[in-house]
Design a protein around this ligand. Sequence first.
Ligand code: DGL
Length: 280
Amino acid sequence: LSNCAPPARSPRPIGVFDSGVGGLTVLKALTAQLPREHFVYLGDTARLPYGTKSPETVARYSLQAAEALADYGVKCLVIACNTASSVGLPAIRERIENVPVIGVIEPGAQAACAASRTGNIAVIATEGTVRGGAYQQAILRIRPDARVNASPAPLFVALAEEGLNEGPIANDIATHYLRPMFCASDGSAPDTLVLGCTHFPMLAGAIRRAVGASVQIVDSAATTAASVDAQLRAAGLMRTDGGDGGIRLLATDGCERFARVGSRFLERSISPDEVELVDL
Ligand code: DGL
């Protein structure tokens, strides 16, 4: 008999998927909530953006990405992309059996319904997410009395990627998108705004200035992280060996750009060598 300990098995990671770097805002919330877990993050940078593509194409891309992450032995899959969550979840859940699959829309809708006093809720997202109506439906399922006003804000994606989060351009574009939704002075203006796109938390300052101090702004990243935490606990899937957490980063194109732009989204420096190129 050997007195050697069996080789330590590496902990099963949590898979996180987005169309690009935007989901790093969700990964940041996940690592804050679950600092001891291992994460493998896949950004489908070769096919970004998803927000302007048809639902069929987004669903197909999302399924391929989910299957690629399943090959890493993930114990839970987070669809950290609003557009992918809005059209891809049913097919992914059907294909990736025995692994909880969590999107960002349901937690965001729950947070919005809890935050809103009047039930008058605004949602800004990509064209695809707004067109698909997933936020509108999720909010009305939870709160049938709600009035939901959803509107696309596609330029916010480009601004966040360019690093133009603050300053006159960001302020002007935020005003352009948001003032018409919030201008009613008869009490019918929304009291809550859902940031229904991974990139939008990067523009939180400009968005806050455009809507004013009294509006509740809901960013689904933190609520999604809380939901992942709860589901892992309920399923007995929490890591218990006390080791350090870790992140593995995968992209389908442009590792250098992923690292450069992604560093701002994750709020920590990413070196291009940390990013592995994968093909779906
Ligand atoms: N990640 C996407 C989302 O949250 C935004 C970027 C894209 O259009 O692919 O909807």
